[in-house]
Design a binder for this molecule. Sequence first.
Ligand code: FES
Ligand code: FES
Length: 163
Amino acid sequence: MAIPIRVKVNGQVEALEVAPDESLLSMLRERLDLTGAKEGCNEGECGACVVLLDGKAVNACLVLAAEADGHEVTTIEGLGRPGALHPLQKAFLAHQAVQCGFCTPGMIMTALSLLLENPAPTEEEVRTAISGNLCRCTGYRQILDAVQAAAQEMRAGAQGRRP
Ligand code: FES
Ligand code: FES
């Protein structure tokens, strides 16, 4: 039995019919061709699939597509584009926080969720926020530095926009 849903994905309303047991991750990757969120463990352990659901980081493998009905989803594809990268994307590149890249979309979306809530996190707060995101390549130091650099740039940007 297909379930009709309407979900806003990266600013665009999508009307879809999803299976009752279909995950948000499958819906994004297989129906909408948004393959930035990665399928790692598929059981909530690795964080490779993290997207924002109404601005909060969720493991898309653990959310049913049907649960996203009426909500807003942001994936890494909704953040920036070549030539106009998001501060987090720029900082990850500048700090060599991307190696194989498999963890990167989930790591950036988790960091974004943190910075939306807490624009000036301590290193400990960043560590706690990304504790559900596994990276086998970087040893995390570069990622921690990148998140702090992006936080600084985002704060400076917010100040610049104040009247
Ligand atoms: S694929 Fe979702 S947490 Fe690993
Ligand atoms: S860059 Fe390879 S898993 Fe993180």
